[in-house]
Design a protein around this ligand. Structure first.
Ligand code: BES
Ligand code: MN
Ligand code: ZN
Length: 491
């Protein structure tokens, strides 16, 4: 797994600045008020920081922007990064500042952060850790990533403690990104199941259900998606029981299509390579489970993922086939490219039958239509429970992860009527994301609060975001972790 950049927390020692190699980061407010650390750097640089803080350029900078002063005289460091930030900056700004520093570092060299003036240094540390990510496992040159971060502050032990949970989120997000970025010849269903099994090291209980077990359970719609592939299908259940014994868990369910060719309803060649990310929902579930274990969350959560590959072959499901789901409802498969819902419906049914969860959230790169509707800024949020949904939207907002609620309704559900079976797996062109959600809702039991997150637009992106470079974002790990912390953990 791509490891977090190493972070050490130490007592402020101004005499150590001169000998620091790599970069030195200081934090200065709009008015140019210098804390002791910045004042020392200013003195070593013969007043350069004070001049910068009086300049027009400084005035034009936005909060959390930085200016790099390269090869400063009086210091060993190659650069001094001067971040404009108020002492009272909110969490999102503090994170942005950390991300800006990580971007400036570019994965190379040491950084000394003089965090004295930051009231939310743990957020800056988090922003740095999130943004300081690169997927390099397939670059044959030895990793160019070097160095680490030293954060100097008045109370290093306190900061170290308050950074535990944020860094657990960053590590969960890194794992999620690694999985999403990994190509499908490496991240086969079997390799994926093995990687999840390894999380037992962290204290999670991980069960792998193979095809025989899935057949016995009657997960025929899930198996129908994987049957055209040489890779076997699996369902993996990850358990974190940090809450009261016997308390019903929250169930997280993820779509784990390691590659989506579309099957017999094959996709066009252009852009098909992006379908390595079609397991993004399952990766977010795995990432959150990792985070919960790393920070010892006091909640019961079960994460279930359906791992399959959607391939065309002589044995693949045909358009027109009718499959009986685990629930017992029959599905006419009109389009084998609408496979995610066929995977999820069985796993969701299993989750409810087997674990009697207090609530359920599924995540899936489910529809191209959600990208048409919401772009890459927001995931689509569908729910049968306003209070639960509001809780999630709030958590996502706090974490800076875009999420926008979409409607459900009987008229959309009617689009799924089939002439010969209980339902079709597609509802036609209008409202494609909503009919997909309606399909899933048919597999949600009465009284089970449920949220469906369509993350097709946000799981992997072609231009960088505040906290992530191009590629897999880790969307959902932070928001789900926040929701669990807010709603499911005892004080
Ligand atoms: N995995 C795709 C959805 C997707 C598209 C994810 C783009 C990420 C980026 C899904 O399985 C799919 O193919 N959906 C079809 C549904 C259609 C056949 C009803 C789609 O969106 O075209
Ligand atoms: Mn598809
Ligand atoms: Zn898909």
């Amino acid at each position: 797994m791509t490891e977090l950049t190493s972070m050490t927390f130490s007592e402020t020692d101004l005499d150590a600045i001169a000998a620091q190699t790599g970069r030195v980061a200081i934090f200065v407010d709009a008015k140019g008020k210098l804390d002791p650390g910045a004042r020392r750097v200013n003195k070593m640089m013969k007043g350069a920081i004070a001049r910068l803080a009086e300049s027009e350029r400084w005035n034009k900078m936005k909060e959390a922007d930085l200016i790099t002063l390269a090869y400063p005289q009086g210091l060993q460091a190659d650069a001094v990064d001067v971040v404009r930030i108020e002492r009272s900056a909110k969490a999102d700004v503090a994170r942005k500042a950390g991300a800006a520093l990580a971007k400036a570092r570019g994965g190379k060299g040491d950084v000394l952060m003089l965090a004295g003036p930051l009231r939310r240094a743990e957020d800056t540390v988090y922003g740095f850790a999130m943004r300081d990510y690169a997927f390099e496992v397939h670059k044959t040159a030895e990793s160019s990533r070097t160095g680490g971060v030293t954060v100097m502050t008045g109370k290093p032990d306190d900061l170290k403690l308050s950074a535990v949970a944020p860094l657990a989120v960053a590590e969960g997000a890194h794992m999620c990104r690694d999985l999403v970025n990994e190509p499908a010849n490496v991240l086969t269903t079997t390799n994926y199941a093995e990687r999840l099994k390894e999380m037992e090291n962290l204290g999670l209980k991980v069960e792998v259900l193979d095809e025989d077990a899935l057949a016995k359970l009657g997960m025929r719609t899930l198996l129908s998606v994987g049957q055209g592939s040489d890779s076997p299908s699996y369902v993996v259940a990850m358990h974190w029981n940090g809450g009261p014994e016997g308390e019903a868990p929250l169930a997280l369910v993820g779509k784990g299509v390691v590659f989506d060719t579309g099957g017999i309803s094959i996709k066009p060649a252009g852009g098909m390579e992006d379908m390595t990310m079609d397991m993004g929902g399952s990766a977010a579930v795995a990432g959150v489970m990792r985070t919960l274990a790393l920070r010892g969350a006091r909640a019961n959560v079960v994460g279930l993922v359906g791992l399959v590959e959607n391939m065309p072959s002589g044995n693949a499901t045909r358009p027109g086939d009718v499959i009986t789901s685990m629930k017992g409802d029959t599905v006419e498969v009109i389009n084998t490219d609408a496979e995610g819902r066929l995977v999820l419906c069985d796993v969701m049914w299993y989750a409810q039958e087997h674990y009697k969860p207090s609530a359920m959230i599924d995540l899936a790169t489910l529809t191209g239509a959600i990208i048409i509707g919401l772009g890459h800024e927001n995931a689509g949020v569908f729910s049968n429970d306003d209070d639960f949904c509001d809780g999630f939207l709030k958590a996502a907002k706090t974490e800076g992860e875009g999420a926008w609620r979409m409607p459900l309704g009987q008229a959309y559900d009617d689009q799924l009527k089939s002439r010969i079976a209980d339902m079709k797996n597609v509802g036609g062109r209008p409202a494609g994301s909503i009919t997909a959600a309606q399909f899933l809702q048919r597999f949600v039991k009465e009284g089970c609060p449920w949220i469906h997150l369509d993350i097709a637009g946000v799981a992997s992106v072609k231009s960088e975001t505040t906290l992530a470079p191009v590629g897999a974002t880790g969307w959902g790990v932070a928001a789900l972790n926040r929701l669990i912390a807010d709603r499911y953990e005892a004080e």
